[in-house]
Structures are given as C-alpha cells and as structure tokens.
Design a protein around this ligand. Structure first.
Ligand SMILES: *[C@@H]1O[C@H](CO)[C@@H](O)[C@H](O)[C@H]1NC(C)=O
Ligand SMILES: *[C@@H]1O[C@H](CO)[C@@H](O)[C@H](O)[C@H]1NC(C)=O
Ligand SMILES: *[C@@H]1O[C@H](CO)[C@@H](O)[C@H](O)[C@H]1NC(C)=O
Length: 288
C-alpha cells in the first residue's frame, strides 16, 4: 500500500508539473522559427530577442500562438518586426512549410520586396490550414499572385499598399476568399479567368477593398457579378458619371465611393440592404 501511495504521489507530481511547465513545441517547428528569425534579421538585425536557441518552449516566444493540445504553431504575428534599416527583404516562402497547422500569418510592413524564386514552383499545398494572410504594406508586385492563388484554404488576403499594377487575374482564388484587400496599389482592371467559372454562384467574397487604385467604371460590371458582397470600397478611383447599382448587389450593406467623380447614383433594382454609403459630391441617390 505504501509503495502504491508513493507511486501515486510521483504520478500526480508529474502530471501537475506538466500542467505547470510552459508548453513546449515541436523540434521541427522550433528549428524553423530560428531559421525564420535569422532570415528576418539578415544581415545584422536584432528583432525577436525572445526567440532563443536552446529554449525548448517556443510557444512562449513573442509573436507566436500555438495550439494548446498539439503544441503546433497556429499563428505568426510578425507585423513590422524587421528593422527597416536592413533594406529590402526577399522572403523565402519555404521557411513556412514546417508549420503545418499554421492558420494566420501576418507579415505586414516588413519591407518585403518579393519572394525568393523557387525552381519547380512553390510547395504551399502543405500550408493547408492557412486562412489569414496579411502581406500588406510591402513591395510585392503582380508575381505574388501565382503564389497566393494556390493557397486554397485562404479566407482573408491582404495585399493592400504594395506594388500591384495593371490587370489582376484572380483566377480561382475568389471561390474560397471571404475578404480581399487590394487597396493602395496601381490596379486598373480585375478579371477572374477560369473556364466556365461562374462568379455569382461560387463566390464567398463578402468584403472587397479596391480603394486608392485606378479603376474606371468597368470595375462595376466585375463586382456586380459577385452576389455575395456585403461591403465594397471603391474610394479614390476613376469611377465617374452616372452609376446604376444592379440587383446582383442586393446583399450590399456598405459602399464607399468617395474621391471619385460620380454625379448621379441610382439603384434600378437594389441594393435594398444598403445601410452605409460613403459618397461626396453627389446630386442624387434614389430607387427608380
Ligand atoms: C548593421 O550594420 C550596419 C553597417 O555596418 C550598421 O550601420 C548598423 O548599425 C548595424 N545594425 C545593427 C543593429 O547592428
Ligand atoms: C529556403 O528555405 C529552405 C528551407 O529552410 C532551404 O532549404 C532553401 O535552401 C532556402 N532557399 C534559399 C534560396 O535560400
Ligand atoms: C467635392 O467637392 C468639393 C467642393 O466642391 C471639392 O473641393 C472636392 O475636390 C470634390 N471632391 C471630388 C472627389 O470631386
């Protein structure tokens, strides 16, 4: 009986110690985090001081969230961590492949000029849990699209304030996305070129920000194809003249049209749900 009690005490102590100790993390992911830190600090930065080689408990490091049951990294919040003095950063996307449970990746404002080219294409199919990707306020050009369009689980994509320009082909990416921010670029045309793909039926896109670009009135026929839209920002573009909102936008609740040159807005058959309209210098808004 005494031995049993002793063993029980040891067992209980071990369990409670495990509960007390900060969560460890997978060796593979800890090594990948240290590689990421080196890349981010290249050549001589000092960011992320809590990411220390030899410390097994990487889930306690700054900017990281882990799943409490698997100990895997689920979120990397690296907004503005790279020292701007270090100059442009060419990001190696393979650095993220070990994080198989990664759900959110925030790389905003890190002076990223583009991805390191990878022979034979990227293997991002392994990032099958990635739903939130923020690449805003960096220096990405149109070539980033061939990378993001293969992230098939993505729900929110931020590419605002980058160097996108001209025509952007969203291909299939619209079918899983719920939020897309392309504001603050130099884009003048959007298309979704998939054979027989019907935007109206398969889209989940609810929030689309196209503000501060160079779109003219032709953008309206594109967005009118997206019946799932709830908010649409087209502020500070080149939309002008008479605008007639179509029935296909009947779910629209927020519409931003400031900083254009619109002199009349009508809604021949919708949207009736529109509760907020940002619009200056307008003479008429009414339903016919
Ligand atoms: C990195 O090196 C440059 C050039 O030698 C120097 O000006 C800068 O202060 C260094 N930065 C850090 C964080 O040590
Ligand atoms: C990118 O990162 C992967 C994984 O760490 C590495 O194997 C590869 O050599 C890196 N590529 C470049 C161009 O640095
Ligand atoms: C709106 O009208 C004001 C006053 O007339 C003018 O200063 C401003 O430039 C106009 N804005 C646009 C976007 O046309």
């Amino acid at each position: 009986m005494g031995l049993f009690l002793q063993m029980l005490t040891v067992f209980v102590t071990m369990v409670s110690l495990q509960g007390w100790l900060p969560l460890g993390c997978l060796e593979e992911e800890r090594i990948a985090l240290l590689h990421l830190k080196d890349a981010l600090n290249y050549p001589n930065g000092t960011s992320l001081p809590s990411w220390i080689k030899g410390d097994a408990h990487c889930c306690d490091w700054e900017s990281i969230i882990c799943d409490s049951s698997t100990g895997r990294v689920t979120e990397l919040d690296l907004e503005g961590v790279r020292d701007r003095e270090l100059g442009d950063w060419y990001l190696n996307a393979s650095l993220f492949l070990p994080f198989q449970q990664l759900n959110g990746l925030y790389l905003t404002a890190n002076r990223i000029a583009g991805l390191v080219e990878k022979k034979g294409g990227y293997e991002q199919s392994r990032l099958s849990n990635l739903e939130y990707l923020d690449l805003g306020i960096n220096g990405f050009d149109n070539s980033i699209l061939s990378y993001v369009e293969r992230l098939s689980s993505l729900k929110s994509l931020y590419l605002n304030y980058n160097r996108l320009e001209g025509l952007i082909d969203l291909k299939d990416s619209l079918s899983s996305l719920e939020r897309l921010d392309l504001s603050g670029n130099n884009i003048n045309k959007l298309v979704a070129s998939t054979g027989g793909y019907e935007l109206t039926k398969s889209s989940n896109l609810e929030h689309l920000d196209l503000g501060y670009n160079r779109f003219d009135n032709s953008i309206l026929s594109f967005v009118e194809g997206i019946s799932s839209l709830k908010s649409l920002y087209l502020d500070y573009n080149r939309v002008e003249g008479l605008i007639d909102l179509k029935e296909s936008l009947s779910g629209l609740e927020l519409l931003g049209l400031n900083g254009n040159n619109i002199n009349k807005l009508i809604a021949s058959r919708g949207p009736s749900s529109l509760s907020t309209l940002w619009l200056e210098n307008i003479t008429t808004y009414g339903r016919k």
